[in-house]
Design a binder for this molecule. Structure first.
Ligand code: EPZ
Length: 421
């Protein structure tokens, strides 16, 4: 097992380039399974464990994949798939594997996937995904640890209302409806930039999707889709994480490739906290020369404040001036990082979905663990400002979603290294 050793107190300075978005590339790789007569070539594909995992899964059902780490390109040839059932040991590793259900159902009329791994941040049901498939005419069978969907007569467009704007359910329904007969109107969909990226890729493949990123989304089914070339959008959560690191360490960093449009709530809250931000077409520059002021955060579906930045902001509030509060409205159990931050001296109280943070001048280095992907990022941020050398373990969580984190932080002057336990 490896661990991170982080010596706090070094302001971050310089430029960091943001990689392709994890939460865009995963649904886009699932969508490549709809490409019937030519391979897809994806660009700006980040070096992430989750990309490796989903590539293994699509290969297990007959797709051919090739990742060029140098060029950051991934080729997926799904012209001849051999199965519509994904292996459970791989699927359990990553909830996003459930995104294969929509494309396989759409292309072959059936799919069988083991129930997605529950995640540290809550039970994360899939009822809205299944409601969408049923509305399109599929029959659902829930077995022991797996789900089977079948539509022997193909899928029929329909009007679907999502009780919650679920990102995954929106993505699965977009992919399933793309080759259904007739029109599907998806009401109350997720509006995240990653939804728009998926819809753009599907349209480049030949789909007819209008209104992604707004409410409702209209999908006019087409006969078939072809593999295509596509460039993945930059990762707004990776960008937000480095923006916070720059401000917390009283540094001055240019976050190259960050798209301001995708980060409005994060930009607003950092400005409210007293950081100085400059936005231009190539990225966002973030600096601060004094302690940040506490702010109040309430996570919401896009375009509200992103739940995937909540843990990182809690690390920031721990050492801000004043008291801040965080309300987590998207997941029912996304405060696992509180315990770890308390080990560093943070003063945090939690009541159900609300956390109150009393800012203190300094965190103390400690041995802490990543409890999930974004909590791991929060512990790294805390380590960058803590007094002493912080150890962070359970790095597999961080490797799922941060591309070359240590390398990028060292490039900004952080004193961080990854060593064997
Ligand atoms: C996506 O997860 C992201 N993952 C998550 O990012 C992100 O936190 C989340 O969207 C919200 O923005 C990927 O894109 C791979 P949801 P997803 O379906 O699709 C409930 C990260 O750190 N719900 O929008 O699983 C669910 O319980 C990860 O990069 C239902 O009730 O999120 C949750 O409370 C973490 N029924 C809420 O909706 C359903 O059928 C949001 O879930 C589906 C979801």
């Amino acid at each position: 097992m490896e661990k991170l050793l982080i010596e706090g107190g070094h302001p971050l300075r310089g430029t960091v380039k943001i990689s392709g978005a994890k939460n865009a590339v995963l649904p886009v790789i699932a969508a490549t399974l709809l490409g019937q007569d030519r391979p897809s070539l994806l660009e700006e594909v980040p070096h992430l464990e989750d990309v490796t995992t989903i590539s293994e899964i699509v290969r297990s059902i007959g797709a051919k994949t090739e990742y060029n780490a140098e060029k950051e390109t991934l080729t997926v040839d799904a012209t001849n798939l051999t199965a519509t059932e994904a292996p459970s040991e791989l699927v359990r590793k990553m909830r996003a594997s459930f995104l294969l259900m929509g494309p396989l159902l759409s292309r072959y009329g059936h799919a069988k996937i083991s129930l997605p791994g529950g995640c540290a941040i809550g039970t994360r049901p899939i009822d809205l995904h299944l409601k969408g498939f049923e509305a399109l005419g599929a029959k659902i069978e829930i077995g022991h640890g797996f789900i089977k969907v079948e539509a022997p007569n193909g899928l029929e467009g329909n009007r679907i209302y999502l009780d919650f704007p679920s990102v995954g359910a929106t993505e699965n329904i977009l992919m399933a409806a793309s080759t259904a007969r007739g029109q599907t109107i998806l009401e109350n969909p997720a509006e995240e930039p990653e939804i728009v990226d998926l819809a753009n890729f599907l349209n480049v493949m030949g789909a007819n999707i209008r209104g992604a990123g707004t409410n409702p989304i209209k999908i006019n089914g087409v006969e078939k889709l072809r593999g295509q070339e596509y460039m993945i959008i930059p990762d707004r959560i990776e960008a937000g994480t480095y923006m916070l690191a720059a401000a917390m360490t009283k540094g001055d960093v240019f976050i190259e490739n960050a798209i301001s449009e995708h980060l409005k709530p994060v930009i607003a809250k950092l400005k409210e906290a007293g950081a100085v931000l400059y936005e231009d077409v190539n990225g966002i520059r973030v600096s601060s020369d004094k302690p940040l002021k506490a702010v109040d955060i309430k996570t919401l579906p896009y375009p509200g404040f992103p739940t995937d930045m909540q843990a990182q902001f809690m690390a920031m509030l721990s050492v801000s001036e004043g008291n801040g509060s965080i309300i987590e409205t998207v997941f029912e159990n996304r405060f696992m990082h509180v315990e770890e931050l308390r080990r560093m001296g943070a003063k945090i109280t939690v009541d159900d979905r609300r956390a109150e943070v009393i800012g203190i001048p300094e965190l103390k280095a400690a041995r802490v663990k990543a409890t999930d992907l974004r909590a791991g990022a929060a512990m790294v941020l805390a380590g960058l400002v803590a007094n002493g050398e912080t150890t962070v373990t359970a790095l597999h969580h961080i490797d799922r979603g941060y591309d070359r984190l240590v390398e990028k932080l060292i490039g900004l002057g952080a004193h961080i290294k990854r060593v064997e336990e």
